[in-house]
Design a protein around this ligand. Sequence first.
Ligand SMILES: Nc1ncnc2c1ncn2[C@@H]1O[C@H](COP(=O)(O)OP(=O)(O)OP(=O)(O)O)[C@@H](O)[C@H]1O
Ligand code: NI
Length: 351
Amino acid sequence: MTDSDTILSVQNLQTVFYTDRETIRAVDSISFDVKRGETVGIVGESGSGKSVTARSIMGLIDSPGRVRSESSIRFNGKELTELSDAEYRSVRGSGIGMVFQDPQQSLNPVYTVGNQIRESLKVNRGITGPEATEEATKLLEAVGIPDPKRRLDEYPHEFSGGMRQRAVIAMMLACDPEFLICDEPTTALDVTIQAQILDLLKDLQAERGLSILFITHDMGVIADIADRVNVMYAGQIVEQAPVEELFANPKHPYTEALIDSIPGEQSRKEGLETIEGEVPTPNEPASYCRFAPRCPKAFDACDNVPPQHVSVNDEHDHTAACLLYPDGESEEERVRQHTEIADDEHRGDEA
Ligand SMILES: Nc1ncnc2c1ncn2[C@@H]1O[C@H](COP(=O)(O)OP(=O)(O)OP(=O)(O)O)[C@@H](O)[C@H]1O
Ligand code: NI
């Protein structure tokens, strides 16, 4: 695997909100890669830091929030955290597109859908006039909107929810992005329409070689769309694995609980069908496991040793940040290993 196969590399991302009342470590030192042409998922409950991760990558964190200087976000080899506002705008206009849960956020109600796509074509690709209309028609067609010529002249409110989300995707494609960040793009839609939008994204990815970062709280959607998955909890990634491996061999108790909470899924372990409690708001650096208070498998050390990512399969493409691993070691040895890695990291921070 060479560097050029990686389109996005996030290393030690820390996004903190410094409010009057508290310091919220919304994203607390996460690292992951997206390779060209693949779909990487981020899954976790509400408040786990998924959207803040997306907004950090897009350069959309406003005061009192800040992406801390230790963080690195490399897109096509270029460090995004050092860009000026103007440079970031141009990355958003061409390299990276974003699709939100609520299409209203991306569409302006007072302009026709056609005008908005034409505007995007003009600003981002310098295409105007009849050529822009033709390209806009093609884009609506590409996202599966029937009778595209007529619909160009309609306003967003004349579109159904699913069609509106398709229109937003068409608008994103007008920038000809290489990379798409989708933040719960199907959550507001009913199941049938949701499946259609997921199929559309898969088709577009195959046709255009798009790389996708797909965010959802829904394990069923992750199973359908992702190639690799990051499971997020309270600002941290607790497990990373290829999608089949994650569902066949979940290691972190949080992942197991998420899988067991999929409706219709046969529960494999008793007492885990529903995860009780809520995601805590992380205020200070993790000196313990943030999931421990809700974890059915927690033991004493979980309250005072911060778990580190350790390899949990032979292929070394699956890691979990949990003191239960590495498998086959004694509890004492596992705790020793996690403590040692944590101390090394800490020394790195100070250097
Ligand atoms: N502008 C802000 N100011 C202060 N805190 C914020 C701000 N934006 C997000 N947060 C906090 O950051 C944490 C993570 O929020 P985030 O929106 O990323 O969660 P999420 O995983 O996307 O959840 P959901 O599934 O509900 O969208 C939350 O505790 C949230 O309250
Ligand atoms: Ni969110």
